[in-house]
Design a protein around this ligand. Sequence first.
Ligand SMILES: NC(=O)c1ccc[n+]([C@@H]2O[C@H](COP(=O)([O-])OP(=O)(O)OC[C@H]3O[C@@H](n4cnc5c(N)ncnc54)[C@H](O)[C@@H]3O)[C@@H](O)[C@H]2O)c1
Length: 255
Amino acid sequence: MYIASRTFLITGAASGLGAACAERLVEEGGRVVLCDLSDAIEDLSARLGAAAIAVRTDVTSAEDMQAAVDAAVAHGGEKGLAGVIHCAGVVSVAKLLDRQGQPADLEAYARTVQINLVGTFNVMRLAAAAMAANSSGEDGERGVIINTASVAAFDGQVGQCAYSASKAGVVGMSLPAARELSRHGIRVMAIAPGVFETPMMGDIPDDAVAALEQAVPFPKRLGRPEEFARLAEQIITNPMLNGEVIRLDGGIRMQ
Ligand SMILES: NC(=O)c1ccc[n+]([C@@H]2O[C@H](COP(=O)([O-])OP(=O)(O)OC[C@H]3O[C@@H](n4cnc5c(N)ncnc54)[C@H](O)[C@@H]3O)[C@@H](O)[C@H]2O)c1
């Protein structure tokens, strides 16, 4: 799949990994639809120029997401929506039992799963319906979906029951979704980042960041959002990448 003059819907586009993907795709001549709850998508859209539009979207809402997909199809003109990079997500930390032995809040658990996992399903189902209507390109390709998991899907830490479960769900959906959508020429991939320098990590104290950096075998630093965007670009342009989850983590294995 080519990026130039094709249209991609990016969720979580106001910040971090999603914003880096938007910048990268526009640099490569692509068109982008920036979706997020945050109004910061308006500023990014203004900076990226005519190639970008912003659509305020809650990825857990069927109506919001359908409106965003419709806007992306319109922004794509006769070529429609070529792909999705789904980066919207939240991190949460809560132990099953707190220091006083009190059980964790059930609604907080469900909220993380709702945004990270149910939101991913919502984005996939509506984007796939739109992309299945595209005319097919080389190899019969009609679209590509890139989801964002996390290394916490595989090596979750204490306090990450909700986050790890939500991201493990994203991992689990990749293969069945790729198998099902293959008949429409739509690929499904996921990226499982290690620890990246984004606002999501903003609340972590400096000494904890230094410890995380030391835990990365190589290179001994946090990932940069543009490194995530480079992998997303490779997934879009390389048709043999399908049904797989790629760890992008410098070799870190969380303890
Ligand atoms: N930064 C990391 O170290 C890291 C590591 C592993 C996985 N991830 C995953 O990468 C993705 C992107 O994270 P990031 O680091 O760029 O974080 P970020 O906080 O910088 O960006 C996440 C964006 O998602 C948006 N968002 C949250 N809930 C939403 C909703 N319901 N609808 C629409 N938008 C919503 C936020 O407004 C925000 O702009 C997330 O899924 C996160 O879990 C990040």
